[in-house]
Write a protein that binds this ligand. Structure first.
Ligand code: GLN
Length: 537
């Protein structure tokens, strides 16, 4: 197709209806028909990016290859579409204003009064067209965060209204995701909240083309008719989205409801071929028919909110399916673990993952967990801070350096086995100051890591400030902790593993950010395999 088509996904009635999953599912269905698709998310908050947000505020911060700290919905886009996103795929109100204010300070507005319309809305549209005009995509799906009617999302909604006039009706479509609640006392599905939210969109000058209705119950024909009548949409553009058993069912459910067909018809694209969803269905088949089951303990700090570790959770879903094994994840707060109760808490699991994190809280428990799995031959997977804890534990208990630590935890540590790089020491600003995004890594032949990846040169994503301190490398290796993945440009240690242990790997990078349905991450796949072995032994 010559120019990209623009699809916007708005939300009404409440938040948390799953706009990200609906957008990703539509993307998948179009991609399965051979179209090139990208998905973009606008977040109406003032932070420049979610990098400085506490995970309790907004869940995990997803990092792209180009080092952008982004909303966790981008993780869904990548897991569904199996293609990388970038900074251009996540834009916040803060970034828009920051760009406009920077231009204003440079005098680029030539003395004009800078206003929400047209300057902010132009900047929003620039970010939309930047993807559409790249020539890389047939469809740009833009998810507008928040609900229509929120003060914060008004400039975005106004920009969407303008896009229609810029690109013409055949290149523009709005999908409104809404809630149809069931009132058990009245035994009825209620359409009024949806009617109101569509009215709000209409007030802003936007007529949704398709309604996707989240509901606990099937939408009977009379409800669909009513929605069509009051919301000015065709009855076959009222799409039902029932609660799904897994998010990975949603593309299939949307296919049954003919969401992509409606989109193609509305955009006047003549495309009759059936989507190729064979691999997706094969994945679902394995996911839903496991022949084995393992219990994995996840030791972390934000255990009350599993969204804080979204990509890790999803990586286990992919790896479980690859092994035809149900992976039951058990969250363990690292603050509750100590030397005395460690065995009691951890001995029931077939594998332990020590999670990423920041700050001192809970680190001691993580170190105790590492000691337990090292001494008891339990499969271990340490990610980022988890890897750093493995290094500290080994230095303390095997190299007998009792004061070994990370300078993040103890700034004056006598043995800073994890430390800041020289150029990081000068940084005082909190946002965007980490080692972020994709870096190359070279694996040592003959190592476990090499056998897991089956190749020598890999690229993985990072998000951290502290690093393995190479001053201790020789001693660590001599005692059995090997650095088996090294950044070829800087010499930084990216992977550590233990020689005499069935499965003990720590990665300075975040492998969970690259696991997708079609490409489950090999480290997760092999870790689950090791847990299955542990269970059998
Ligand atoms: N806090 C550690 C660092 O900054 C680890 C970060 C992480 O686990 N993502 O290096």
């Amino acid at each position: 197709m010559a120019t990209a088509k623009y699809i916007f996904v708005t939300g009404g009635v409440t938040s948390s209806l799953g706009k990200g999953i609906i957008s990703a599912s539509l993307g998948k269905l179009l991609q399965a028909r051979g179209f090139k698709v990208t998905i973009q998310k606008f977040d109406p908050y003032i932070n420049i990016d979610p990098g400085t947000l506490n995970p309790y505020e907004h869940g995990e911060c997803f990092v792209t290859d180009d080092g952008a700290e982004t909303d966790l919905d981008l993780g869904h886009y990548e897991r569904f579409l199996n293609s990388p996103t970038s900074q251009a795929n996540n834009v916040t109100t803060g970034r828009i204003y920051n760009n406009v204010i920077t231009k204003e300070r440079k005098g680029e507005y030539l003395g004009k009064t800078v206003q929400v319309v047209p300057h902010i809305t132009d900047e929003i549209k620039r970010n939309i067209y930047q993807l559409g005009e790249s020539g890389d995509y047939d469809f740009v799906i833009t998810e507008i965060g928040g609900c229509v009617g929120d003060i914060e999302s008004l400039p975005f909604i106004e920009a969407v209204r303008q896009v229609k006039w810029d690109v013409g009706t055949n290149n523009f479509l709005v999908i409104h995701l809404t809630l149809i609640p069931y009132l058990s006392a009245a035994k009825e599905l209620k359409t009024k909240p949806t009617q109101h939210s569509v009215k709000q969109l209409l007030e802003a000058g936007i007529q949704p083309d398709i309604l996707v209705c989240r509901s606990e119950r099937h939408l009977p024909q009379d409800i669909r008719k009513k929605l069509a009548l009051f919301c000015n949409v065709h009855i076959n553009s009222v799409i039902e989205a029932l609660d799904a058993e897994t998010i990975y069912d949603v593309p299939i459910l949307m296919r049954k409801e003919k969401l992509a067909e409606r989109v193609l018809a509305k955009l006047k694209i003549n495309h009759k071929e059936e989507p190729d969803l064979d691999q997706w269905k094969a994945f679902l088949g394995k996911l839903k028919n496991p022949t084995d089951e393992v219990e994995i303990g996840l030791v972390g700090k934000y255990v009350e909110l599993p969204d804080a570790y979204k990509s890790i959770v999803e990586s286990f879903v992919h790896a479980g399916a690859a092994n035809e094994c149900k992976v039951n994840l058990h969250w363990i707060s690292s603050e509750t673990i100590n030397a005395d109760n460690c065995e009691n808490i951890l001995s029931q699991y077939h594998g332990i993952l020590v999670a990423p994190g920041f700050g001192e809280r809970g680190v001691q428990g993580k170190i105790e967990a590492v000691r337990y799995v090292r001494e008891n031959n339990v499969p271990f997977f340490g990610i980022c801070l988890g890897m750093q804890c493995a290094v500290i534990e080994f230095a303390r208990n095997v190299l007998t350096l009792p004061n070994a630590s990370s300078t993040e935890i103890d700034a004056k540590a006598k043995d800073p086995v994890i430390d800041l790089m020289e150029d990081q020491k000068k940084v005082t600003n909190m946002g965007g100051t980490m080692r972020l995004g994709a870096y190359p890594c070279k694996l040592k032949k003959g190592s476990k890591a090499f056998s897991v990846y089956g190749k020598q040169n890999i690229s993985e994503r990072h998000r951290h400030r502290y690093e393995f301190n190479n001053k201790y490398l020789e001693r660590m290796e001599a005692a059995g902790m090997k650095a088996t993945g090294i950044n070829p440009e800087t010499g930084l240690v990216e992977i550590v593993e233990l020689e005499n242990h069935p499965w003990f790997i720590g990665t300075q990078y975040h492998p969970e950010l690259k696991s997708t349905v079609l490409n489950p991450h090999p480290l997760f796949v092999k870790f689950v395999e090791a847990a299955i072995q542990k269970k059998k032994s």
